[in-house]
Design a protein around this ligand. Structure first.
Ligand SMILES: [Zn+2]
Length: 105
């Protein structure tokens, strides 16, 4: 009986996954990208929330703390980060946005 030594070849330890960190533009807390919500200034759609993180444009990240959202919008931190001026509609949309809606359960 022949021993199949292919079966004994040692398994590679799983490569460590690269977890990109992003910084909340208000509280400067670094988190795993998935914990933060991306807001993007998209050439076609204006300033929008980008739950997929894949839209083109200049992006900024906010954590799930509603206080950070308010501050980002009311103190213009977001406008500075995106180098733009929010319209009334964009401002309202962002203020009404609940970041935890996009966290997959
Ligand atoms: Zn924050």
């Amino acid at each position: 009986m022949v021993t199949d030594d292919k079966m004994t070849k040692k398994r590679q330890t799983r490569p460590r996954k690269h977890v990109p960190l992003r910084t909340c533009i208000v509280c400067r807390q670094q988190s795993d990208k998935r914990q933060l919500t991306r807001i993007v200034r998209n050439p076609d759609e204006g300033v929008i929330v980008d739950p997929t993180g894949k839209k083109n444009g200049r992006g900024a990240y906010l954590c799930t703390n509603p206080a950070c959202w308010e501050r980002a919008i009311k103190t213009q931190a977001l406008e500075r980060a995106l180098k733009t001026t929010l319209t009334e509609v964009e401002r309202d949309t962002l203020l009404q946005y609940r970041p935890d809606e996009v966290i997959p359960q």
